[in-house]
Design a binder for this molecule. Structure first.
Ligand code: ZN
Length: 377
C-alpha cells in the first residue's frame, strides 16, 4: 500500500503551507475544496471552477450511491473522468447523512436510511462505504463515521465509540480493495480517518489519540460547525496537536464563514469544504471584503460597479451589481451562476492568500486585516 505524499513547505506553530500529491494532481494547501455533493458544484461548470482556481472537489458518497450508483461511475472511469473534472477528488463517507436524514436508523454495525428519491432502504456500514468510495474512485476517501450535532455528552460519546469501532473495519476493507487495485495496475486511492467527539475536550482528545495510532493517509475532523465561539477553535487546536503533523488534515463541511478558514488554517488544517458559498449565492447572499450583502436589496438596483471591486472573478470583472440585482429580481438562472462563481472564488482566494501569508510570515496581519474589515464594517 503506497502512502499519500504530503510535503510541508513551511510551518509556523500548528499552521502550515504544503502540497498534497494526489493521483489526479497536486493540491497546494491550505485549499478550499469545492462541495460537489451530487458530483457537480451547483450552478458552476468544471471549466469555471478551474478558472476560479479550485484545486479539488468533494462528492457525497450517500448521494452517489442513490444515483447514478458507484458501478456506473466506475464504468465511466471514476469520479474525475466521469464528471470531466480530471483533477483531485475527495468523497465523504456517507456518515453525515446520519445527522441530516431524520429517519436514519443507527446500530452497532452501520445505518439504514430511506432513499429520499424512491423510499428504498439503503444500508451503509464501513465495508459498503469503502466499496462505494473505491468504485466512485475519489483520490481521498473518508472512513465511515457517525457525524453528530449534539450537546448531550452520552450521545456524542456513543457516536465517537461507533466511529472508533468502525475504523478497523474501514481499514481492513480499504486494504483489501487497495491490494486488488494494485494487482490490477489501477491508480491508488487514499484513506483518511475521521476524528469525532463533538465539543467535548476529553472526548476529542480520546478520539484524536486513538486515530493518531492508525496507519492512515490523513485525517478528517468531523462534527464541527462554526468557529463563532472559542470552543470550536480550541477543539481544532487540541485535535491537531495530537494527530500526526506529517499527514494532511481536512476540516469536514466547515467554511460557511470566512472566519472558519482562518481559524482552521491557524490551528493546522490543510483543506476545507462547505456547501455554503454556492448555497448562499443561490439565495443572493454574496461575500465582499466588507461582509456579506444581499444582492436583492434595492440599493443595488442602480449600482453600476462590481459587487466586489477587489475581486478578480469572472463575475466581478465583467458584470456590475445592478445587472446581477436585475437577474435575481427576474429569477434568471445566469444570476445564480455568476453569484456562485463569485462566492466560490472568494473562499478559494482566502485560502490562497492564507497560503501566501504563511509562506511570507504575514498570516497574523492578513487575518486581523481581513477580520476587522469583514466583521466590523
Ligand atoms: Zn467576484
Amino acid at each position: 500500500m503506497s502512502e499519500l505524499k504530503f510535503d510541508i513547505e513551511k510551518q509556523t506553530g500548528l499552521m502550515r503551507a504544503g502540497v498534497i500529491h494526489t493521483p489526479h494532481g497536486d493540491i497546494k494547501t491550505p485549499a478550499f475544496i469545492g462541495a460537489a455533493t451530487r458530483a457537480a458544484v451547483k450552478a458552476i461548470t468544471h471549466a469555471q471552477m478551474r478558472e476560479l482556481g479550485s484545486q479539488g472537489i468533494l462528492a457525497n458518497t450517500y448521494h452517489l450511491i442513490l444515483t447514478p450508483g458507484p458501478d456506473l461511475i466506475e464504468q465511466g472511469g471514476g469520479l474525475a473522468e466521469f464528471t470531466g473534472w480530471h483533477g483531485p477528488t475527495f468523497t465523504d463517507s456517507g456518515g453525515f447523512q446520519m445527522l441530516s436524514l431524520t429517519d436514519a436508523k443507527i446500530d452497532h454495525d452501520g445505518v439504514t436510511f430511506r432513499s429520499h428519491i424512491d423510499g428504498a432502504k439503503i444500508r451503509m456500514n464501513p465495508e459498503i462505504s469503502m466499496q462505494a468510495q473505491w468504485k466512485i474512485g475519489s483520490d481521498i476517501h473518508m472512513a465511515f463515521d457517525q457525524a453528530i450535532d449534539s450537546t448531550d455528552k452520552e450521545l456524542v460519546r456513543a457516536a465517537m465509540i461507533r466511529t472508533h469501532n468502525w475504523l478497523p473495519r474501514n481499514r481492513a476493507e480499504y486494504q483489501r480493495l487497495s491490494e486488488e487495485a494494485r494487482k490490477a495496475g489501477k491508480p491508488q486511492q487514499y484513506l483518511y480517518a475521521v476524528v469525532q467527539g463533538g465539543l467535548f475536550e476529553d472526548l476529542r482528545r480520546e478520539s484524536a489519540e486513538l486515530m493518531a495510532t492508525q496507519p492512515v493517509d490523513g485525517y478528517g475532523i468531523g462534527s464541527l460547525y462554526t468557529t463563532e465561539t472559542e470552543e470550536t477553535a480550541n477543539i481544532i487546536k487540541l485535535t491537531n496537536e495530537i494527530i500526526p503533523n506529517n499527514k494532511p488534515r481536512h476540516l469536514l463541511g466547515m467554511g460557511s464563514e470566512p472566519r472558519d478558514l482562518f481559524v482552521g488554517a491557524k490551528y493546522g488544517c490543510d483543506t476545507f469544504d462547505c456547501v455554503a458559498p454556492t448555497r448562499q449565492a443561490r439565495n443572493g447572499a454574496l461575500y465582499t471584503p466588507y461582509g456579506r450583502i444581499n444582492i436583492r436589496n434595492a440599493k443595488y438596483r442602480d449600482m453600476f460597479a462590481p459587487i466586489d471591486p477587489e475581486c478578480d472573478c469572472y463575475c466581478c470583472k465583467n458584470y456590475n451589481a445592478a445587472y446581477l440585482h436585475h437577474l435575481y429580481k427576474v429569477d434568471e438562472i445566469t444570476g445564480k451562476t455568476l453569484a456562485s462563481i463569485h462566492n466560490e472564488r472568494f473562499v478559494v482566494r482566502i485560502c490562497d492568500c492564507i497560503r501566501e501569508s504563511i509562506l511570507n510570515d504575514t498570516f497574523d496581519e492578513y487575518m486581523s486585516d481581513f477580520m476587522s474589515k469583514y466583521y466590523n464594517h
